[in-house]
Design a protein around this ligand. Structure first.
Ligand code: SF4
Length: 127
């Protein structure tokens, strides 16, 4: 088993080094998400595993926009005042999941404290 060393000379196990984003599946997924105007917590939270996960076609979708009304200090998701509610997002997400041929998906959301029902309404809007 080979080992890497960090900047201080400490030995690190091989699995500690993450794959750089840019593989075929990564690029395909990124382009599809751009075209579909969808968000993932993978990108918004700057997850270091994105190169590996997306290359294995694993992603965590993030709904209700990309701006969170809370500002947890440990989280890299943008916080602030969201700009409205995108009622087409659930359908675009469903179509994208179908195009990707996924058997199951993981979906999370930003907090929407600006909405009376915190955004639950949008989930009832899937056709
Ligand atoms: S699926 Fe989870 S672990 Fe993988 S890149 Fe996305 S947020 Fe990170």
């Amino acid at each position: 088993m080979t080992t890497e060393t960090n900047s201080k000379g400490y030995r690190l196990p091989p699995w500690f080094k993450v794959k750089a984003p840019g593989g075929k599946n990564y690029v395909e997924l990124r382009n599809l998400l751009r075209d579909s105007e969808l968000h993932t917590v993978c990108e918004e939270a700057k997850c270091p595993n994105i190169g590996d996960c997306w290359d294995r076609r694993a992603a965590t979708f993030m709904i209700l926009g990309d701006i969170c009304t809370r500002a947890c200090r440990y989280c890299a998701v943008t916080s602030g005042k969201p700009l409205g509610l995108d009622l087409g997002e659930p359908d675009r997400l469903a179509r994208t999941v179908e195009r990707l041929g996924l058997k199951y998906v993981v979906i999370t959301s930003v907090n929407r404290d600006d909405l009376p029902d915190r955004g639950a309404f949008v989930l009832l809007n899937v056709s």
